[in-house]
Design a protein around this ligand. Structure first.
Ligand code: MTE
Ligand code: MO
Length: 327
């Protein structure tokens, strides 16, 4: 049951994005099809790897009708944000090697499990210490704030990294819109949490669900801090945090919370999912820093997915000029 062919995107030479790779990536429609087949009793054969698998996908099998928000993307690229020393990560890798514990702790399983996760309609409640909070539809946010595409480095604490184009708007625009009061010092974020469609939640009942994260106000207001609704010029896939997630590129990946449903402005440092679970390993600040090893991973280098190429980790993930003054 565990047998599977080596997938094309695990080969190092596939690291540079090509349009044809991107067109063959798994789409929501695939999951719909898998759900239907699973319901009809064929699911076991499919997940065994000997039946339908991603590398065996014919484009004709992909139903692309199920892609909400596609009318909003692509958006214009902001050339100020580039990563000249690295190639873009293969989009198939970026969308099939995921950390999203609500679905699974198995990175390559997440994209197979998200099909029942409804992302439209979607609202985000912004509340707490602000004068103009409220509940915003995702498309209201896409309308209110100009969106742009930026290529960022992305660094997980597990010492793997990718380089991808995210599309969205800087969080500070939303914060300015809701008008924080003078006593707001921090911002907290909460993810969707629906155990009916997220199998990972009940598999780990002792975890402090829903996933939640936080930033200091000055970090949240930094120009780099992005609310992201798109990836590779298309709506961000569910497994990467659709319909709207945070990207904080100078911090370890777990700060970049997915599928946000609530944002709250607070007068004290909020708790976070990972620092509640393992306080010594996941401090609130969690800036990328090659000189501070994690108890289980040296942080001096990082592996560029999907291959085994190792590069040196940069202080603040290479964003020292933009954020060094904060620390
Ligand atoms: N809600 C939620 N957000 C999350 C996570 C998660 O498990 N749940 N994992 C985090 C971690 S550890 C990483 S490295 C990134 C992974 O994002 P990606 O799958 O788009 O690469 O999402 C972060 N955001
Ligand atoms: Mo991570």
């Amino acid at each position: 049951m565990k047998l599977r062919k080596k997938r094309r995107w695990e080969l190092p030479e596939s690291q540079v994005t090509s349009r044809s790779d991107w067109e063959k990536r798994p789409r929501s429609g695939l999951y719909t099809r898998r759900r239907m087949l699973a319901a009809s009793g064929a699911g076991l054969a499919l997940s065994s790897g000997c039946g339908l698998s991603v590398e065996g996908l014919e484009l004709g099998q992909v139903d692309t009708a199920d892609t909400p928000y596609s009318g909003w993307f692509p958006v214009e690229r902001n050339e100020d944000y580039q990563v000249p020393e690295r190639s873009l990560t293969n989009p198939i890798s970026a969308t099939t090697y995921n950390n999203y514990y609500e679905f699974s702790t198995n990175k390559t399983a997440v994209s197979q499990l998200v099909g029942d996760f409804e992302i439209e309609p979607w609202t985000i409640e912004v509340s707490g210490l602000c004068n103009n909070g409220g509940t915003f539809g995702v498309e209201d946010l896409f309308t209110l704030f100009d969106m742009e595409e930026r290529i960022y480095r992305f660094r997980c604490v597990e010492a793997w990294a990718m380089t991808v184009p995210w599309s969205g708007f800087p969080l500070h625009r939303l914060l300015e819109y809701v008008d924080p009061t003078a006593d707001a010092t921090h911002v907290s974020f909460v993810s969707a949490n629906d155990p009916v469609v997220m199998p990972g939640v009940d598999q780990r009942p002792s975890y402090p669900w829903p996933y939640h994260e936080g930033l200091r106000m000055d970090e949240a207001m930094n120009e780099l801090t992005l609310m992201v609704g798109g990836l590779f010029g298309e709506p961000i896939p569910r497994q990467n945090g659709a319909p709207l997630r945070l990207i904080v590129p100078w911090k370890y990946g777990y700060k970049s919370i997915k599928s946000i449903v609530r944002i709250e402005l607070t007068a004290s440092q909020p708790e976070t999912f990972w620092s509640t679970l393992v306080p010594d390993e996941y401090p609130f600040e969690s800036n990328v820093d090659p000189s501070v090893p994690h108890p289980r991973w040296s942080q001096a280098t990082e592996r560029l997915i999907p291959g085994s190429e190792e590069v040196e980790t940069l202080l603040y993930n290479g964003y020292e000029p933009e954020v060094g003054h904060l620390y």
